[in-house]
Design a protein around this ligand. Structure first.
Ligand SMILES: *Cc1c(COP(=O)(O)O)cnc(C)c1O
Length: 497
C-alpha cells in the first residue's frame, strides 16, 4: 500500500515519500506528514530476534512506500555498519532503575547519527528515483550535533553540497572543533552571530525565498534540509524505540504487551515525536515524558496549553536543547487538530507574528500522553553526579536533564512503569560540563579541553572515543562567520552565484 504525504499547512498534498525527503520542507513552509500512521505488522516475538538493520527495514518500509525493498535495504546496510562502534547500534544500559537507550555509538557520538547516517542514502536514492539531475544543496541550522552528523553523512557524496550554520557561542568546544575540522570538498561551515533559533529561522527563510530558488534552479542547484523537519530524519528515529522495546522483551525485562514510559531530552521535538509515532504504530508506550532544560517552552506548553517563545534565550550546558522554537511540535499540533491544516497553519502564523499561540482544550486532551518536565543546570549536575556515584554509569548533560526529569516525575506520580531514557550524547562530547558536574568546577577550570577529556576517561574508565581522538590534531578547515541578516548572501557566496 502506498502512503502519501501532505503539508501541515495545507499547501501541498499527494507527495510521495521520496519527494518529501528531497524537498525537506513543503513550499508553504509546512512540514510533511503521512496521511495515516501505519500499524506495525510484526509481533514482538519476531521483532525480538531481529538485528537493528532488520528492525529498521520493518519500520521504515511502512513509511517509505515508494522505495523498493532493494533500495531501502541498500540504504540501511550502508548506514548502520562499522561506523557504529557496536553491532547492537543502539544498546540499552540498565542503570539506576531505568533503561538508558544509548543513541551515541555512531561516528559523531550523538543521537543525530541515528538518522543522519541514513539520510544521505535516502536522499541520493530519492534523487535517482525522481530523475533529479540538479545538485542538491543541504542547508542546515545546528545547535551543535546535527551539523557535524549531517556533514559526516554528506561529505563527498556526489551530487550534494552541504552548508551548516551554527551559533558562534552556543556550542561546546568539542562540537565546534568537530565541525570546523570537517573534511570534504562539498562541506561548508558558518558561525552566525546569533543563537540557534536565529539560525533555524534564517534557514527557513532561505527555503521560502522563491526568487532565490529560481536563481538556484538556473544554476543547477536545489535546496533540501537535513534538519529534523525532514521526514527522512523522523522515520529512522522511530526504529530505535521499536528495537528497544523488542530488546526489553527479549531480555525478559518486560512481559508481552507490557506498557513502558519513554523520557526524551527535547529540543526541536524530533526525537520525542518519533517515540510518539512508535506509540501510534502500536508499540505499548504509555507516557512520553518531554524533558527540557532552562529553556522550558515545551514544559510550559504541556502544562498550560500556551506556547510562548517570548522569553529570554538561556545558554546552558545542554546546548543541543537550547531552543525556543521547537519545529516538530507543528506535526503534533496538526495531528491534535484532527489533521486540519487550516488550524495548524493559523497557529504557526500566530507564532511567527505574535510569538505565541494557545491550543483548544480538545487539542490538549489529544496530547495527554505527553508530560512536560524540566531541570535547571544544578539539578542536571546533581543528577549526573548522583548516578555516577551510585552506579558508576556516566551520562552526558542532555541525558542528565532527561534523568532528572524522569526521577522527579516518578517520585511525584508514583508511576512505576519501566522507563526508557533516550541517552542522546556521549559524555565525552560535553567533557567539561560532565567533569564539572561530577567533581566541581575547581578541578577542571584551568585545564585545556583535551586535558579534561583525558581526566574524564581516567575517572570513568571509558576510553576516549575515536570521534574525539580525531579532532585533537585535525587542522581547522572552516573559518566563515556572518551576521544573521547575511545568511542568504553567505549561501550565494559559497555557491558562487
Ligand atoms: C538534538 C539533540 C537533542 C534534542 O533532540 P530533538 O530531536 O531536537 O528534540 C538532545 N540531545 C542531544 C545530545 C542532541 O544532539
Amino acid at each position: 500500500m502506498s502512503l502519501s504525504y501532505q503539508s501541515t499547512r495545507g499547501g501541498e498534498a499527494g507527495v510521495t515519500a521520496s519527494q518529501a525527503i528531497l524537498k525537506g520542507l513543503a513550499d508553504d513552509g509546512g512540514l510533511f506528514m503521512p496521511t495515516t500512521i501505519p500499524a506495525l505488522d510484526v509481533p514482538v516475538e519476531r521483532l525480538a530476534g531481529m538485528t537493528y538493520q532488520e528492525t529498521a527495514y520493518e519500520v521504515m518500509k511502512l513509511f517509505l512506500t515508494d522505495f523498493t525493498e532493494e533500495e531501502l535495504k541498500g540504504c540501511i546496510e550502508k548506514a548502520y555498519d562499522s561506523k557504529f562502534d557496536t553491532e547492537e547500534i543502539a544498546p540499552l544500559a540498565k542503570a539506576d532503575g531505568a533503561y538508558f537507550l544509548e543513541l551515541y555509538h555512531g561516528s559523531t557520538i550523538a543521537f543525530k547519527d541515528m538518522a543522519l547516517s541514513i539520510l544521505p542514502h535516502l536522499m541520493t536514492t530519492a534523487a535517482k528515483k525522481n530523475h533529479v539531475d540538479q545538485e542538491i544543496v543541504i542547508l542546515t541550522a545546528t545547535s551543535g550535533d546535527t551539523g557535524k552528523a549531517a556533514m559526516a553523512g554528506f561529505a563527498d557524496v556526489p551530487g550534494t553540497r552541504i552548508i551548516v550554520f551554527y551559533p558562534k557561542d552556543g556550542v561546546s568546544k568539542v562540537q565546534e572543533l568537530q565541525m570546523r575540522t570537517q573534511k570534504g570538498e562539498n562541506t561548508s561551515v558558518v558561525a552566525i552571530h546569533g543563537n540557534f533559533d536565529d539560525a533555524q529561522t534564517g534557514v527557513k527563510k532561505i527555503f521560502a525565498d522563491k526568487d532565490l530558488a529560481a536563481e538556484l534552479a538556473d544554476r543547477g542547484f536545489q535546496f533540501s534540509s537535513a534538519n529534523s523537519i525532514n521526514i527522512g530524519r523522523l522515520v529512522p528515529q522511530i526504529v530505535y524505540y521499536v528495537y528497544a522495546y523488542a530488546k526489553l522483551f527479549e531480555n525478559g525485562e518486560i512481559e508481552k504487551d507490557e506498557t513502558i514510559n519513554v523520557t526524551v531530552p527535547t529540543g526541536n521535538f524530533g526525537n520525542i515525536l518519533a517515540a510518539y509515532f512508535a506509540k501510534r504504530m502500536g508499540l505499548p508506550i504509555k507516557t512520553l515524558i518531554c524533558a527540557s532544560n532552562d529553556n522550558k517552552v515545551l514544559y510550559d506548553f504541556f502544562t498550560t496549553g500556551t506556547y510562548d517563545r517570548k522569553r529570554e534565550f538561556i545558554l546552558t550546558n545542554s546546548p543541543s536543547m537550547d531552543i525556543l522554537i521547537s519545529s516538530n511540535l507543528e506535526r503534533l499540533i496538526y495531528l491534535s487538530a484532527g489533521c486540519d491544516a487550516s488550524v495548524s497553519a493559523a497557529l504557526m502564523r500566530e507564532l511567527s507574528e505574535n510569538g505565541s499561540y494557545t491550543v483548544t482544550d480538545e487539542m490538549r486532551r489529544f496530547m495527554e500522553d505527553f508530560v512536560g518536565g524540566y531541570a535547571d543546570q544544578k539539578q542536571n549536575a546533581d543528577t549526573i553526579r548522583r548516578i555516577f556515584k551510585d552506579t558508576g554509569y556516566l551520562v552526558d548533560t542532555h541525558t542528565g536533564v532527561a534523568a532528572a526529569v524522569y526521577y522527579d516525575y516518578a517520585n511525584r506520580t508514583g508511576d512505576t512503569a519501566k522507563t526508557v531514557i533516550a541517552s542522546t550524547a556521549s559524555p565525552f562530547k560535553f567533557s567539561r560540563s560532565v567533569m564539572e558536574a561530577v567533581q566541581g568546577a575547581d578541578e577542571t577550570g584551568a585545564m585545556d579541553e583535551f586535558a579534561v577529556v583525558d581526566a574524564l576517561s581516567s575517572l570513568s574508565g571509558v576510553p576516549v572515543p575515536q570521534a574525539v581522538e580525531e579532532i585533537r590534531t585535525a587542522p581547522v578547515r572552516h573559518n566563515l562567520e556572518c551576521d544573521v541578516d547575511r545568511m542568504k548572501d553567505t549561501v550565494k557566496g559559497i555557491l558562487k552565484i
